[in-house]
Ligand binder design. Structure first.
Ligand SMILES: [Fe+2]
Length: 310
């Protein structure tokens, strides 16, 4: 999920945390997945994550996610093989999954997406870190993202993001574009006839956020608006304070066709919004209480003041 600009640290050069001292083996940063090298323990972590998420997502994930998952060689027994995934994906939407060692530089990431290659972390989190993710691992990247890549609309949208990323970088507005990706591909919600559903991979691959995003009274759920989202900061270290909801996936197809350059120009110099801010102009679907983040802040401030006293 963190193939994003690190907003809070002002990081604007890399898509995430790709370290300067990490040298790629190939110019495009891809590596062999090395599927036969996974240990029994690593496959077991996959199974644990897969099982609990598969029990949680029915009635929460959108129909397209469920449909995509059903038709992919992804199951509980073992970490999926990227070649097998790519074979199915290629036939369906022309996408493939390529292995990378972790986060990669922005331009490398965008170039992959622009060419319908989804870079996926080949490693899996440790058994004692099931809900802790410093970098996107194979569970987030494959379980969270790949089912949606089976959908032609999402496939086109993410490719357009890759092309748009290369342009946004030249224009110096990558932070604006990254917010659009964050609030759609990673943390997007969509309306369905039977209720609000998850399509964002950051939510779909998270046991706790799958519940928080849909059920908790704390976050705001706001109708998606491109300019509004471009001006809104996001949280990289915790649940989102606001989720932006699209009416259907075709809304993303329309977004993929928009020339963002005039939009960047239009919002240039306008004030930016904090993650929990609600505006008078928002199409509010449910206004959050803000309780979760407020309580966390109070605890943190309490801790700070206790430290100062000591
Ligand atoms: Fe992600």
């Amino acid at each position: 999920m963190q193939r994003q600009l690190n907003e809070q640290s002002g990081e604007a050069k890399k898509h995430g945390l790709a370290a300067d001292d990490v040298q790629p083996h190939r110019p495009d940063w891809t590596i062999d997945q090395g599927w036969s090298n996974y240990s029994v323990e690593e496959h077991a972590v996959w199974r644990t994550l897969f099982d609990r998420q598969s029990k949680l997502l029915p009635g929460r994930a959108c129909d397209e996610f469920v449909e995509g998952m059903k038709n992919l060689p992804i199951g509980p027994e073992q970490i999926p093989n990227f070649e097998a995934l790519s074979e199915v994906l290629m036939k369906k939407t022309g996408w493939q999954v390529v292995a990378v060692p972790g986060l990669v530089p922005d331009d490398v990431f965008f170039d992959h997406l622009a060419n319908r290659r989804f870079p996926a972390g080949h490693f899996i989190r440790k058994p004692h870190e099931l809900d802790y993710l410093e970098e996107p691992d194979v569970f987030h990247d494959v379980f969270g993202h790949v089912p949606m890549l089976m959908n032609p609309v999402i496939g086109d949208y993410i490719q357009a993001y890759g092309l748009g990323g290369l342009r946004a970088k030249e224009l110096g507005v990558l932070d604006k574009l990254a917010r659009v990706y964050w609030y759609t591909v990673e943390f997007g919600l969509v309306k369905q006839a039977d209720g609000m559903r998850i399509y964002g991979a950051g939510i779909a691959s998270s046991f706790t956020e799958s519940v928080f995003a849909l059920d908790d009274l704390s976050p705001n759920r706001i109708g998606f608006d491109l300019e509004r989202v471009m001006r809104t900061h996001y949280r990289i270290d915790d649940f989102q304070e606001s989720y932006f909801v699209i009416d259907n996936l075709d809304e993303l197809l329309a977004l993929a066709r928009i020339d963002f350059a005039p939009v960047y120009e239009h919002i240039k110099g306008l004030p930016e919004h904090q993650p929990g801010t609600v505006l008078a102009t928002d199409r509010i679907l449910s206004r959050g209480s803000g309780r979760y983040h407020r309580q966390k802040q109070e605890i943190e401030q309490g801790g700070t003041s206790a430290t100062r006293q000591s």
